[in-house]
Design a protein around this ligand. Structure first.
Ligand SMILES: [Zn+2]
Length: 133
């Protein structure tokens, strides 16, 4: 039985429940969304994507890791910069939540049945298969 069959038939790999893995994939998706936010903000300004590190565009406050976690940090800070309290666009949490939900949803859909499978994670399944076999 391969990695993917194990995930969909009984329990996830390492004996962890299915929704542990969907949550894990969702968090990974939200992190991807967080990176997309950087791209969305910096690309039109022709700024580098990797440098300088995350900072508030208003007060230049350097954003530490705990203030830079997808979804969670925006909620903790109630959508405002920790230093100058300037509002942070809800687009940030929106993109993070959407990317996370799409990634998780695709895996869940695929478990539901043939339709889910059709629109599901053939590509994720393919990646898992090619790397774990
Ligand atoms: Zn600020």
């Amino acid at each position: 039985m391969n990695w993917e069959d194990e995930l969909y038939r009984h329990h996830g790999p390492l004996g962890l429940p299915f929704h542990f893995w969907t949550l894990f994939i969702g968090i990974f998706g939200a992190m991807t969304g967080s990176f997309l936010n950087v791209v969305i903000h910096r690309m039109p300004r022709e700024e580098s994507i990797v440098h300088p590190p995350s900072h508030c565009p208003t007060c230049n406050h350097r954003i530490p890791m705990w203030q830079n976690m997808p979804i969670f940090s925006w909620l903790m800070l109630r959508g405002r910069c920790a230093s100058c309290r300037t509002a942070i666009s809800p687009r940030y949490i929106g993109v993070e939540a959407l990317t996370g939900a799409v990634c998780r949803g695709v895996v869940v859909l695929r478990r539901i049945g043939p339709v889910g499978r059709r629109f599901g994670v053939h590509f994720v399944g393919g990646i898992c298969r090619s790397h774990l076999h």
